[in-house]
Design a protein around this ligand. Structure first.
Ligand code: ADP
Ligand code: GLC
Length: 481
């Protein structure tokens, strides 16, 4: 039995701020249980809902030297759908109403977490063959594994993988601070290791020292070798390109299933969507006070409201979008400028635009089910899960051709009768608008063609099956058989 440990900062169903949580929570149960024992470790945040916290079982605790003090590390566990989740407890670090706060405190929080996660392993008696790290929060783990953790028998030959879900965030501060927080010797703070542009960089440490690097789509794996997407680390990505591969994300096909979804008014499937899906649109129009009209072209957005998601393109042509024959439903939180922008248009075009500035899992499902199209014009997108959810619900994605969006949405080709969505290449508001207009044209004028796009979209398979096999192959290769 090969043992794998996922270490990350979030995982569904316990705590989620974005797609990282979906991946870390849903991928582990998709491995072949006969050969792989995959467990997950995340912090025990105080903001994890009580429903989950009450179900956690105490496993053990110990004290760990960190920043000159002896610090409490509690270990709890929760077995969910056959997967063991461990939680690292320390209330002074993992308090607050959100998993992330200000940059500086987050650096210390996750440097502590990374060290505690490794230190906890001998205590619980779980010796993974591979530690699979995710994003900058766990970037120090591969470094520790090469450093003194390696001295003992327990950690010897333990391999590490780091998956880059978003290269934009790297865990950067001045060298002195990162060195102090990591407890690593001077040796590591040179430009070929944890130093980058004279600062200390935790993700860079992970990328340099991990035995393998993955990211969440093939296109993003290529893009990050170039300056535009490389966030200053493109040179490193090129240097490590032999150890880097793209493995596209999947989604949980049980949680996201229009046939069994408890959050939606009218279940439907690939056979009956023509008659049934529309009932979800009617219900959402009713619920949100939009004009009741079965045939109105309804566009959905479910997103973190940040620059990454291409919202400035939308802002640029929002009046054009809204004055045409459409309804727009936006669910998201994030940068105030975008929250207020959507609130403004909700006020201005009250019967056509609905801005839902909050986080809600049930509402997101209602939007995936109700809308005709799903808009995601990202500036960059390592993978993107929302467009996969949209495809699963027969809601046609309109995307920019970048990262995972390019790999998962095939552009509609009316001559060959192919394609599962609409896409545009350049980061340009009017190119986006043209794609929206083209989609709308097909929807209003060529309904049969539109429905065939939905047929093809719903026939896609973005469950974890194929990608889980690729991770298994990677683990096998690392372990050496
Ligand atoms: P990212 O991880 O960059 O935010 P992804 O597309 O990979 O983008 O994943 C986003 C996930 O978060 C999806 O599951 C999406 O449905 C969900 N999501 C984003 N914003 C909200 C919100 N306001 N309410 C509910 N779910 C949301
Ligand atoms: C990041 C990326 C997103 C990806 C997700 C899960 O949040 O922004 O594109 O789908 O991680 O890998």
């Amino acid at each position: 039995m090969k043992k794998i440990l996922f270490v990350a900062s979030e995982a569904v169903p316990f705590i989620k701020t974005g797609g990282l949580a979906d991946v870390v929570g849903s991928l582990p149960k998709c491995f072949d249980k006969e050969y792989f024992d995959v467990r997950v470790m995340i912090p025990k945040y105080l903001c994890i809902k009580e429903q989950w916290r009450n179900g956690m079982q105490y496993v053990n605790h110990f004290y760990m030297d960190y920043l000159g003090q002896s610090r409490y590390v509690g270990i709890l566990q929760y077995v969910y759908e056959g997967v063991t989740f461990y939680f690292i407890d320390n209330e002074s670090y993992f308090c607050g109403d959100k998993p992330y706060g200000d940059w500086y405190n987050d650096l210390e929080k996750f440097a502590f977490f990374s060290k505690a996660a490794l230190s906890a392993l001998p205590v619980i008696g779980f010796r993974p063959d591979v530690v699979h790290c995710h994003d900058w929060q766990t970037g120090l783990i591969p470094v520790h594994l090469k450093d003194k953790f390696h001295d003992g028998e327990f950690f010897a030959s333990m391999k590490s993988v780091i998956t880059i879900h978003n290269l934009k965030f790297q865990g950067v501060w001045d060298v002195k601070t990162i060195q102090r927080l990591s407890g690593l010797p001077d040796y590591y703070f040179t430009p070929d290791k944890l130093e980058a542009y004279k600062d200390g960089n935790m993700l860079k440490g992970g990328i340099v020292f991990a035995d393998a690097i993955t990211t969440v789509s093939n296109t993003y794996a290529e893009e990050i070798k170039m300056p535009f997407y490389g966030e200053g680390l493109d040179g490193l990505m090129r240097a490590r390109s032999n150890s880097l591969r793209g493995i596209v994300n999947g989604i949980d096909y049980d949680d996201f299933n229009p046939e069994t979804d408890r959050h939606i008014v009218q279940p439907y499937n690939a056979k009956n969507f023509r008659k049934e899906k529309i009932k979800n649109k009617a219900a959402l129009q009713e619920e949100l006070g939009l004009q009741r009209d079965d045939h109105k072209f309804m566009i959905g957005i479910v997103s973190r409201l940040t620059d990454q998601k291409g919202l400035d393109l939308i802002q640029c042509v929002m009046d054009e979008i809204c004055t045409e024959d459409v309804q727009l439903v936006v669910l998201g939180t994030g940068d105030e400028k975008y929250e207020n922008m959507f609130r403004h248009y909700d006020w201005k075009y009250n019967d056509r635009v609905s801005a839902l500035i909050y986080y809600s899992e049930p509402m997101s499902h209602k939007i995936y089910a109700a809308c005709d199209a799903f808009l995601m014009p990202s500036l960059f997108e390592p993978c993107g899960l929302s467009q996969l959810m949209a495809l699963r619900y027969g809601t046609v994605p309109i995307v920019r051709e970048t990262g995972g969006l390019k790999d998962t949405v095939e552009p509609y080709n009316e001559y060959e009768g192919r394609g599962t969505g609409f896409s545009f290449t350049n980061y340009n508001a009017h190119e986006m608008l043209n794609s929206i207009r083209y989609a709308k044209h097909v929807y209003y004028e060529k309904k049969r063609e539109w429905n065939k796009i939905i047929d093809r979209a719903m026939a896609q398979d973005f469950s974890w099956h194929t990608s889980a096999m690729k991770y298994q192959e990677l683990y096998d290769w690392l372990i050496g058989y």
